[in-house]
Ligand binder design. Structure first.
Ligand code: ATP
Ligand code: MG
Length: 451
C-alpha cells in the first residue's frame, strides 16, 4: 500500500519510470474482447502468437472505458517494425522519423507502434534532441513496455488492453483517474509541456471530450507556458486544430482555450474572433453547428470550418482595401483580402492546399449571392461548391451579417424549378451601367478638382 502510494507520488512528480503496474481484470473494468475492432484484435492475437507482447493502447482503451466509441485503434508491441511486417502479409512500414506499421485487416487499417522510450532513459543517458525552448525534436528510440507508458502524456492514455486475457495493464492509475474524472499528466507537467506544447492543446481537447477536469497541477502551468504554442510546427498545429474543431466539442474547447489564455498567438484567427463581438457570434454559431453535425454522425468539411474561422478577418481586410483605394473593384479586392488572410495563416498553421482551395471557393461565392437577376443565379447554382457556399450564407444570415431575406431567397430559388424559379428573378439594376460609368469617372473628376 505504502509502496503503491510512494510510486504514485513518484510517478506523478518525476518523469522517471513507474513501479509495477496494476493488472485490472475484466470483471472490474468491463471491457471485453468483442468491444474492440476486429482488426485490432486479430492484429494483437497474431503478434502474440509470434511471441511478441501486444496490446490495444491509448485513446481507444480510454474511450471504451468512458463509454465513447473510439475513432481509431492503436496497437503497441515489443516487435520492431520489420518484425511486425513479417507477421502480416498485408502491411507496410510508414514514416521516416519514427516508423510505424499499417496492418490492413479487411477494410480496417490498424496502426502498430513499437514500444518507445525516452532518450534520457536509453543507452546510458543519450539525451533527446531539443530546440532552444526545450521542445523535443526527435523521439525515436525503441523502449520497454514500461518506458512506453512513461512517455505517454496523460494517465488515462497509458492504458494497455490485452484482448486475450481481457486485462488492462495500468501503470499510472489511469482507470481510477478516469473514474474520478481527472485528467492527470504523467511526470512533471511543466517538463512535459516544454517537451511538446501540443500537450496543452490536447489537455483542453481531451478534458472537453471526456468531461474531465484538468488536474490543478497540470492546469496551473498552462497560462504561463501558453506562448510555447507558437513554437509548434504549422503542420502539427493544423492537425491538432482540426481534431479539436471536429471533436464534437469545439465550442467547449474554444471557450476553454480562451479561459486558459491559450488563444493568444495560438492562431491569429482566434485573436481576431475574440476581439470582435460580431466575429465571435459568427464563429460560435458555426462551431455549434459543426458540433451538432459531428454528434449526429454527419460529415463535416475542414474547408468549411476554416472558412468560417477566417471570414471576419477577410471582411475586415476587404473593407480596408475598399476604403483605402480609389474605388477599387469589389471582387478583385475580395480576392486580394482572401490571399492576404491565407498567407498570414500559412506561417502558423499549415492549411493543406486542398483545404485552402475549398476555403477560397466558399468565400468567392459570397458576393455572387447578391446577384439575383438575369442568368447569374443559375450559374451560381451550377458551382461545384454551391452547397457549402449556401450553408455559409445561412450562417451569415443567422449571425445577422446579411438579411435573412437573402438566405430565404436562395433557399427558395434552389428548391423551385422552371417558371417558378424564373419568376423569382429580380429586375436587373436599372442604373447599374450608369453607376459604373460614374464611378470610373470619379477619380478623374476629383483630380480635376484638385488645385
Ligand atoms: P483521439 O484519438 O481522441 O484524438 P488519442 O489520445 O487517441 O485521442 P492519438 O493522437 O490517437 O490521440 O494518440 C494515441 C496515443 O498516443 C495517446 O493516447 C497517447 O498515449 C499518445 N500520445 C499522443 N500524442 C501524444 C503527445 N503529444 N505526447 C505524449 N503522448 C502522446
Ligand atoms: Mg487515437
Amino acid at each position: 500500500m505504502i509502496r503503491k502510494f510512494i510510486s504514485r507520488i513518484l510517478g506523478r512528480k518525476s518523469p522517471g519510470l513507474p513501479g509495477e503496474p496494476a493488472i485490472i481484470a475484466a470483471s472490474k473494468h468491463g471491457i471485453r474482447r468483442e468491444h474492440i475492432s476486429n482488426g485490432s484484435r486479430r492484429t494483437v492475437e497474431t503478434l502474440q502468437e509470434h511471441g511478441y507482447k501486444a496490446y490495444v493502447v491509448g485513446g481507444a482503451v480510454r474511450d471504451l472505458l468512458a463509454g465513447i466509441t473510439p475513432n481509431d485503434y492503436d496497437v503497441a508491441t515489443s516487435a520492431t517494425p520489420e518484425q511486425v511486417r513479417s507477421c502480416f502479409r498485408r502491411s507496410r512500414i510508414i514514416g521516416r522519423r519514427f516508423q510505424i506499421v499499417h496492418v490492413l485487416m479487411g477494410a480496417e487499417t490498424v496502426e502498430v507502434t513499437t514500444f518507445r522510450g525516452h532518450h534520457e532513459q536509453q543507452h546510458g543517458g543519450n539525451k533527446a534532441q531539443t530546440d532552444s525552448q526545450g521542445r523535443v525534436l526527435r523521439d525515436n528510440v525503441f523502449g520497454s513496455e514500461k518506458e512506453d507508458a512513461a512517455r505517454r502524456d496523460f494517465t488515462v492514455n497509458a492504458l494497455y488492453f490485452d484482448p486475450t486475457s481481457e486485462t488492462i495493464v495500468d501503470y499510472y492509475h489511469g482507470v481510477a483517474d478516469l473514474k474520478q474524472k481527472t485528467l492527470r499528466m504523467i511526470g512533471d507537467p511543466k517538463t512535459r509541456y516544454r517537451e511538446d506544447p501540443v500537450r496543452m492543446l490536447r489537455a483542453v481537447r481531451l478534458a472537453a471530450k471526456l468531461g474531465l477536469t484538468i488536474d490543478p497541477e497540470a492546469r496551473r502551468p498552462i497560462r504561463e507556458m501558453a506562448s510555447l504554442v507558437e513554437n509548434i510546427p504549422p503542420s502539427r498545429l493544423f492537425d491538432e486544430m482540426l481534431k479539436l474543431l471536429t471533436s464534437g466539442f469545439a465550442v467547449t474547447c474554444l471557450t476553454q482555450l480562451r479561459a486558459e489564455g491559450l488563444h493568444h498567438g495560438l492562431l491569429p484567427l482566434l485573436d481576431v474572433i475574440f476581439e470582435q463581438p460580431a466575429g465571435e457570434r459568427f464563429v460560435m454559431l458555426a462551431l455549434a453547428n459543426t458540433d451538432r453535425r459531428v454528434r449526429e454522425g454527419k460529415p463535416i468539411s475542414p474547408g468549411f470550418l476554416f472558412a468560417t474561422l477566417l471570414w471576419q478577418d477577410v471582411l475586415t481586410r476587404w473593407e480596408a482595401i475598399l476604403a483605402n483605394g480609389e474605388n477599387p473593384p469589389r471582387i478583385p479586392s475580395l480576392f486580394l483580402a482572401m490571399d492576404e488572410v491565407l498567407e498570414l495563416q500559412a506561417g502558423k498553421l499549415a492549411i493543406t492546399r486542398r483545404v485552402a482551395s475549398d476555403i477560397k471557393d466558399i468565400w468567392a461565392l459570397q458576393p455572387r449571392f447578391d446577384q439575383r437577376s438575369g442568368k447569374r443565379p443559375y450559374g451560381v447554382l451550377e458551382q461545384p461548391r454551391f452547397k457549402a457556399g449556401y450553408d455559409f450564407l445561412l450562417l451569415r444570415a443567422e449571425a445577422g451579417e446579411v438579411e435573412e431575406a437573402l438566405a430565404q431567397w436562395w433557399t427558395d430559388f434552389m428548391n423551385r424549378d422552371g417558371d417558378a424559379r424564373a419568376a423569382m428573378l429580380l429586375p436587373p439594376p436599372a442604373d447599374g451601367a450608369k453607376k459604373r460609368r460614374r464611378r470610373r469617372r470619379k477619380p478623374a473628376a476629383e483630380a480635376a478638382g484638385t488645385p
